[in-house]
Design a protein around this ligand. Structure first.
Ligand SMILES: Nc1ncnc2c1ncn2[C@@H]1O[C@H](COP(=O)(O)OP(=O)(O)OP(=O)(O)O)[C@@H](O)[C@H]1O
Ligand SMILES: [Mg+2]
Length: 350
């Protein structure tokens, strides 16, 4: 692992802010601080912050309640503001690549190159073909700056920005290792967004963000049963215990799950048709949506691949002082924040 101090992982999701601080011990990773703070509906829509005051307030409260003192943070971004492509370029040295990358990126990125921040990773060198494969990441500066500015307003220092799909992969690697001979699909099903990262032979081979998630389930219950958003959300989570959940809810959940599973399947099919990989061995589900049994069932039925819940907390020891309820009940929702909190302040490259 890289040298230095772990940054505090800050995941500003549309339903809630998640904050994690990890420490490396001789026995493995230990979670020393954990914060979870819900955001009011409509605070963030389609990845755009509509109410920055609410985010700054929630972020400040989240750090205060969790007792996080450290200000150096790693920030997650996702969605339309980021483009990730696997590209091939002629074989060259690291120094040459550093010089060439802007030009190479321009051929593959549909945004004006001046508006984006470019980053890349060499996936594979293929001397026999005189080529090398890169993972190219381009993120819109404006969008990143908007998020970074919010974080600064909360008196924090964003030192690193990472992509949700890669955070998921990094914490997955710590938890399960990356099988060199298998292709696994990692899904983070959030409230408004589902990120997919297909990892083949230990490297990311395909990523996609699908603009659908847990909100769609709540909204459909709301619509079909004619109830309030709060009531619909409670029904989705299995009810409040004081009154029975109408039988119709299960049907609605299954219906919406099938729609989302269909969208996921289209991405899996696209990957299989274009990548040269013959199959996906397993699918792992994280994010709040991982707790929906109907979703795992629907994905399994369409993909004909075993679907498992991915609990990113399973290899992480929880230190005293961390709220055990959040750590236990919201494990899957912490995947991105945990992946972010693996980042270090002294890494050479962002
Ligand atoms: N036990 C549960 N059963 C079903 N759904 C759940 C459960 N717990 C949380 N969710 C749902 O998961 C979603 C929140 O998950 P998560 O925290 O991963 O999303 P987010 O990061 O805030 O959103 P996004 O990344 O899409 O902006 C909500 O739609 C919530 O209703
Ligand atoms: Mg999220």
């Amino acid at each position: 692992m890289a040298e230095g101090k772990n940054l505090v992982g800050v995941d500003i999701g549309s339903s809630a802010i998640k904050v994690c601080q990890l420490k490396e011990t001789r026995k493995g990773l230990a979670l020393v601080k954990l914060g979870y703070e819900p955001l009011p509906p409509q605070t963030i829509i389609d990845g755009h912050v509509m109410n920055s005051g609410a985010v700054v307030e929630a972020l400040t409260k989240c750090f205060r309640d969790a007792g996080v003192k450290q200000k150096d943070v790693a920030l997650g971004v996702s969605g339309q503001s980021v483009i990730i492509r696997k590209i091939s370029v002629p074989l060259m040295t690291a120094a040459e690549l550093d010089e060439q990358i802007q030009w190479e990126a321009e051929q593959h990125i549909p945004f004006d190159i001046k508006d984006v921040q470019i980053d890349y990773e060499v996936l594979r060198r293929r001397p026999e073909a005189g080529q090398m494969d890169l993972l190219l990441v381009a993120a819109k500066r404006d969008e990143i700056n908007d998020y970074a500015e919010l974080v600064r307003e909360a008196k924090l220092k964003p030192l690193c920005v990472d992509i949700d799909a890669f955070c998921l992969q990094n914490i997955f690697e710590i938890t399960y290792g990356l099988p060199g001979d298998q292709t696994v699909a990692l899904l983070n099903v959030g409230a408004s967004l589902t990120s997919l990262n297909i990892v083949a032979k230990g490297v990311s081979a395909f990523t996609r963000d699908i603009a659908n998630g847990g909100n769609a389930f709540t909204e459909e219950i709301q619509k079909q049963l004619g109830v309030s958003r709060e009531q619909a959300e409670a029904y989705k989570l299995g009810g409040t215990g004081t009154e029975p959940v109408p039988a119709q809810v299960q049907n609605v959940l299954a219906q919406v799950a099938d729609g989302l599973a269909g969208e996921i399947q289209r991405s899996l099919d696209f990957f299989l048709a274009t990548s040269g990989e013959s199959e996906i061995s397993r699918i792992f589900l994280a994010g709040g949506g991982a707790s929906l049994p109907s979703l795992a069932t629907a994905i399994e039925r369409r993909a004909r691949v075993p679907v498992e819940r991915f609990n990113p907390m399973s290899k992480v020891q929880v230190e005293a002082g961390v709220n055990p309820q959040i750590a236990q009940q919201r494990g899957e929702q912490l995947a991105v924040a945990l992946g972010l909190s693996l980042r270090k302040d002294r890494e050479k490259r962002a």
